[in-house]
Structure formats: C-alpha cells, structure tokens
Design a protein around this ligand. Structure first.
Ligand SMILES: *Cc1c(COP(=O)(O)O)cnc(C)c1O
Length: 396
C-alpha cells in the first residue's frame, strides 16, 4: 500500500485511469487535426471532439455549441472577463467581483483596471458569503458583468448562485461564474440559475491538465466574447488554435464519469469529510472550521489550529500527507491567504489553517491515519510552544 496520502484534490485531481484509457488512442492511432476536413484522420478526430463536447454539455445541461474549449480555467477566466470587457465596451466598463475570488479572476480584473475598466470588489462575511443586497446596490448603469465563483477553492463555500442570477437578470447584467471547483462534483446547470458564462477545468474533475472550457450562453441572451487568441477562428470565433484532441477526449470521459457517479460520490465524501472534521474539532483544542459549514462543498474542510504554524504542522507529516496551507495557490509567498483574511480571520489564525480536500480515491483508512497524524503533529508543536504555554496558563 502506498504510504503517501493525497488530500489535495482542490489543487489537482489524479487522472482517472478510465480517462487515460480513452485518451491513449488519440496520441498515435488517431493523430488527426479536428479541423482537417479532407481525410479520415481529421474526421475521426473531429468526431471524437464532438462526442466529448456532448458529454460535457450534458453534464451542464447546455447546448454543445455553447462549450468553448480552452487550455484550462485560468484561460477561461481571462477569456470571460477580458472578452466581455472588450465586446461590451460601448455598453459600459464596470465589473463587479468578490475579494475572495481565485487569483485568475482577481489578477485579470487588475489588468482590466489598468486598461480603463472599473472594478468593484464585494466583501464577504465571516462565513465567506457575499451579501446579495450589497451586490444589488453595487450594480450601476454602466455595469456589464458580475463575476462570482460558485465554490471557493480554499474554503469550499458555495455562493448563493440562484439569488445572484436573479439580481443579474432583473438588472440586465451578464453573470459569469468560475465554477472550477463545483463542476463534476455537484450539479452545475448554468441555465437554471441565469449564469451566462461559466469557467471550469478538466484537471479538477479527474481529467487531464491543460484542457478547460468556457460555457458561453448562445440564446436569451446571445453572448459573445472577444477572442483573446487570434488565428483561424476556431471555437465559434472565440478561441483560435488547433484543438487538443486527446485532452478534449479525456475531458469528455471525465464528464461522463462525473455525471454517472456524482451523487454517490458526494455522499461518500461528505461522510468521510465529516468524520475527519468532527474528530479534529473534538480532539484538538482551539481548532475552528473556516467558512460556512451550511453552504459548502462535500469534499473539503479548512481548519485553523490556533497557536500552530501550518507550515510547521505539514513538516511533522514527513511529506507523507499532501494537504495545503491557506496560501496554497501562492505558496511562494508568506502572506496569509487572501480568502481567509477576506472573511475577517486574523493573520495568525489564517497562518494556522490547513485545507483538507478529499476525492475519488480517498479511503476511510486514509482519513483515520490523517486524524491520528494531525492530532500528534499539533501536540508535538504545541508542546514546544511558549505561546501555547501562555494560553494554557490563561495568559492569552
Ligand atoms: C484550479 C482553479 C483555477 C485554475 O485552473 P487551471 O485549469 O489550473 O488554469 C481557477 N479557478 C479555480 C476556482 C480553481 O480552483
């Protein structure tokens, strides 16, 4: 048995072996370019991408023509935000987003601000949720887009998508969501919720890395985005470039599997996550869950262990357990996570947080071992800590 335990599924998921099997023939046996119209190699490749597109469209309950393939969610976020900003410039230049978004959204918004756009950043409460009244009040006559993620990658918190969709519809504003952490794990049907653009990525749902998509609503309203990659007019003129056929085939298979197994998988992971969370909260003094426990993904918990440095805690695992500290996506920086501080969590508590994200290949035996190792690790660090001593003496 593998000694190493992977609990970092929100960073990336392993590729499901069934996905790999489906992809393999498209590297050598079927090498065609899906845009080659004059020979069977091209036709086979095109057919395979059509089938994959259908699986993905079915998962989202949208038209296959509404799926624009990209290189991943980062590119999809860029295409949605910059593409709408450029396409709807005459209508306005104001975008609304949230302080706890993924950097792929926040950094793109910064770029847009440098290029003449105006961005409002909504705050979240300590549960990690936005206030929909605040959103309503932030919409101006020149607002063209509201960009709010579905599920947060660090906390798993789910925003009130239905209410947001309603407000955007009333005000006639486009609604874009980075749904990378939600697609394939919980039902994500953009049309039911009034979402006009939606970004997601294969490698967060057991598909390969380097392939993602942007859903772009074609009807009521017909949405267009300005292409950010010029050359050939692929993907309805919104994203040029030779299609990544093996990647797309794998993405399609991942979507097909997700659709079939989502419900039972969410229940199983919810149980394992709750077991982990309950054991840690009960057995580790002054530990807290970060973010809402009501409106949350089933596979993740983000816990702060007060007076413990999370980087130090990771070291006690001897590299046998892969989890993430609060600052996962910016692990080069020592700043506390902007998602946690955005929820009003103090810097020191944010730096004592661990994100445990579970997935398809997580077992109960692994969860049992993680519980033991975390409890031991916290104990070990606190035994050496003068701050913990002060706390125990009632001086902190
Ligand atoms: C992982 C992630 C991204 C980036 O996706 P890539 O496909 O790696 O570019 C964007 N947004 C969220 C919420 C994510 O979790």
């Amino acid at each position: 048995m593998n000694k190493r335990i992977y609990l970092d599924y929100n960073a990336t998921t392993p590729c499901d072996p069934r996905v790999v099997d489906t992809m393999l023939p498209f590297f050598y046996e079927h090498p065609g370019n899906a845009a080659s119209r004059n020979h069977p190699f091209g036709w086979e490749a095109e057919e395979a991408t059509i089938e994959a597109r259908e699986h993905i469209a079915k998962l989202l309950q949208v038209d296959p023509k509404e799926i624009i393939f990209t290189s991943g969610a980062t590119e999809s976020d860029n295409l949605a935000l910059k593409g709408v900003f450029e396409m709807y410039r005459r209508k306005g230049k104001h975008i609304i987003t949230v302080t706890t978004e993924h950097k792929a959204v926040l950094d793109t918004c910064k770029y847009i601000e440098k290029h003449g756009g105006e961005v409002t950043y909504l705050k979240v409460n300590k549960e990690g949720l936005i206030d929909v009244e605040e959103l309503k009040n932030a919409i101006r006559p020149d607002t063209i887009l509201v960009s709010i993620m579905w599920a947060n990658n660090e906390s798993g918190v789910l925003q009130p998508m239905q209410e947001i969709g309603k407000i955007c519809e009333e005000k006639g504003v486009l609604f874009f969501s980075d749904a990378t952490q939600a697609v394939g794990k919980i039902p994500t049907h953009p049309k039911e919720l009034g979402i006009h653009l939606m970004a997601f990525s294969a490698h967060k749902m057991y598909g390969p890395k380097g392939i993602g998509a942007l859903y772009v609503c074609r009807k009521k309203p017909r949405v267009k985005v300005t292409e950010q990659m010029n050359g050939g007019g692929h993907e309805e003129g919104m994203r040029s470039g030779t299609l990544n056929v093996p990647g797309i085939v794998g993405f399609g298979k991942a979507a097909e599997i997700a659709q079939a197994e989502m419900e039972s998988e969410a229940l199983r992971l919810n149980k394992l996550r709750n077991k982990l969370e309950k054991a840690l909260l009960e057995q580790v003094e002054v530990s807290y869950v970060n973010g809402s426990t009501q409106s949350r993904m089933p596979n993740i918990t983000n816990i702060s262990f007060q007076y413990v440095d999370s980087e130090g805690l990771l070291m006690t695992f001897n590299q046998n357990i892969a989890v993430s500290t609060g600052s996962a996506c910016t692990s080069a920086s020592l700043d506390p996570s902007h998602v946690l501080t955005g929820m009003g969590i103090a810097d020191d508590l944010a730096k004592s947080s661990i994100r445990f994200s579970l997935g398809r290949f997580t077992t109960e035996a692994e969860i049992d071992r993680v519980i033991q190792e975390v409890i031991q690790g916290v104990q070990q660090l606190r035994d050496l800590s003068p701050v913990w001593e002060l706390h125990k003496d009632g001086l902190l």
